[in-house]
Design a protein around this ligand. Structure first.
Ligand code: N01
Length: 541
């Protein structure tokens, strides 16, 4: 295939991250002439861009990897229980080479727009270079956390030092030795980055708007022979993973949270029982109560207990108090860390609690807050993502009757059917769209199922002479209502929670919890049910 070859594809895949690579492999195996359009210079998606110091996955490597190919899972060698970013990037390159995927990927090719041609029942996909490619099916493997949320702080452009963004970290080494560094953002990214930067910088100032709940975690290299033993049991490991609600059966922050739900309620625990919980379980013990996810009062009690556990690690009482969260535990994606709280005992680390006075502006020499000015040589922005919908709303997607996807999601809400398709946009499959189980699970388990469902669906359409499939608005509404009912009794929808889960982290974004929380097996059962009923909720033509 040459790069000027623009017509006659059976499927166009957008993005060459985890989802796009598998979609290409799967559709090609089905005999579809498939091309992947990728704006970056290589495979990897979000794992290519988020190469900041300390970046690593929070699911075990043997589960945060493709299960569809026994060769790749047997051949690839993970070195640690939870992989660092360079190892995940290398793994995705290995898969691309091993499955000979690169010949159908066009790098440096950014998709800027796509329009459904109703007469021809196909998509016209436009690129930044001015090419138009056509295919009946588009699989948007554009990523759930691929579009950075710009911090929009006044004066950012005026800063005379080094400005760094975790979500587009430079490829070359960044030496922060001897520098006064400021970090803005204490989500999963900031919590991973801060302990590593503290070891390099002359001084680190952490600008914290919302303290995180983060679970201390041991990550270790595999022992001799351990990985081989795991690989010998891969069939059982994968089966258990698929049957687990969060798509990861081994120890992870998610499985710990599930475990917490089985514990006795905090509201009826005596003070002695509460203290025993933190004596024996530390930070995780403070949160391990059965009622915290469903009862906001219990959740607030757990937050206080969490603060007590933090104060046992952080020596300065004011800093410990500032590190204690006030938003509900569980309403944001769980975080794990290596030595986060211990970092604040270092002489070269200062915490600025922005709840006491926010950032006013970035100045040429540092950051001005209502509490004072901080002189800095480098500022690192770890401010998160426009998640779930961000990537697709940055492409001008026009469906039936001129309908715009970005307009629909911004006016109606981030609706999709089964977390895969949006009414009004025939033959467009979005991997991990709103309503997918991905946010509350292992992304890789969720996306493998999506890709397989999409592949099977396209095969069914072709085998049965259908040229289009389209979600029906009623089915889409019912799916969204169902997802909303599932989270209604939980703290996930508490109004004080601003998270990428609900779009509350992006000013102006329509607020709605965007995941499916009944677990992967139940999701799979519902998807199977849809298929068995002849693609119920879809119109096939
Ligand atoms: O982003 P976040 P993230 N001024 O949105 C703050 C995955 N991930 O990149 O909470 C000051 O969680 C913001 O403050 P607040 C994982 O799914 C996985 O850290 O809005 N602060 C918050 O503290 C994760 O959930 C891994 O008050 C500002 C932070 O920036 C998801 O990515 C590793 C601000 C953003 O936190 C996102 O994590 C990394 C401003 N103007 C990421 N704007 C692993 O696998 C934002 N903030 C382990």
């Amino acid at each position: 295939m040459t790069t000027s070859d623009t017509a006659g594809f059976d499927a166009i895949v957008i993005g060459a991250g985890f989802s796009g690579l598998y979609a290409l492999h799967r559709l090609r195996e089905q005999g579809l002439r498939t091309v992947v359009l990728e704006k970056a210079e290589n495979v990897g998606g979000t794992w290519l861009f988020n190469r900041y110091p300390g970046a690593r996955c929070d699911i075990e490597s043997i589960e945060y990897s493709y299960s569809f190919s026994d060769e790749t899972q047997q051949e690839w060698v993970w070195t640690e229980t939870m992989p660092r970013q360079p190892e995940i990037e290398a793994y995705l390159n290995f898969v691309a080479d091993r499955l000979d995927l690169r010949r159908d990927i066009r790098f440096h090719t950014e998709v800027t727009g796509m329009t459904f041609d109703e007469a021809a029942s196909r998509w016209e996909v436009r690129t930044a270079a001015g090419d138009t490619l056509t295919a009946p099916f588009v699989v948007a493997a554009t990523g759930i956390l691929s579009v950075p949320k710009e911090p929009e702080i006044a004066g950012m452009d005026t800063f005379g030092g080094l400005s760094l963004f975790t979500s587009r970290w430079p490829k070359h080494d960044v030496d922060l030795t001897g520098k006064r560094v400021g970090v803005i953002g204490t989500g999963s990214t900031g919590v991973q980055l801060i302990p590593v930067v503290a070891q390099q910088a002359e001084h680190l100032t952490v600008f914290q708007r919302s303290p995180a709940y983060t679970l201390p975690w041991e990550v270790r290299p595999f022992d001799d022979g351990e990985l081989d033993e795991l690989k010998a049991n891969y069939a059982e490991i994968r089966a258990a993973q698929r049957e687990h609600a969060v798509g990861a059966a081994r120890l992870s922050a998610f499985s710990v949270m599930f475990e917490m739900m089985t514990k006795p309620p905090l509201k009826s625990a005596s003070r002695e029982e509460q203290l025993r919980a933190i004596d024996e379980g530390g930070i995780i013990g403070a949160l391990s109560w059965g009622d915290v996810f469903f009862d906001i009062e219990a959740n607030q009690m757990a937050a206080k207990l969490y603060g007590e556990a933090v104060a046992r690690i952080v020596e300065d009482p004011a800093t410990a108090a500032a590190l204690t969260p006030t938003h509900p535990f569980g309403c944001k994606r769980p975080i794990i860390d290596q030595g986060y709280y211990q970092t604040f005992n270092r002489d070269n680390v200062t915490l600025v609690d922005l709840r006491k006075g926010p950032i006013v502006e970035v100045t040429p020499t540092g950051i001005r807050t209502e509490q004072g000015d901080y002189e800095l040589d480098a500022i690192i922005y770890a401010t998160g993502f426009d998640a779930m919908t961000g990537a697709m709303t940055r492409i001008s997607v026009t469906g039936r009757d001129g309908m715009s996807l970005a307009d629909f999601w911004s006016t109606e809400g981030p609706y999709a059917y089964l977390g895969i398709a949006v009414a009004g946009f025939p033959n467009l499959f979005i991997v991990q769209a709103p309503g997918s189980p991905a946010p509350a699970s292992n992304f890789v388990t969720a996306l493998e199922h999506h890709v397989e469902w999409i592949g099977d669906c396209i095969e069914y359409l072709r085998a049965n002479g259908y040229s289009t499939i389209e979600a029906l608005p009623d089915a889409q509404r019912e799916w969204i209502e169902h997802t909303a009912e599932l989270v209604a009794p939980t703290v996930l929808v508490h109004p004080t929670c601003n998270s990428w889960y609900n779009g509350g982290n992006v000013p102006g974004k329509k607020r709605m919890y965007m995941g499916y929380t009944a677990g992967i097996p139940e999701y799979r059962r519902r998807c199977d049910e849809v298929v068995d009923a002849g693609y119920a909720g879809f119109k096939l033509a």
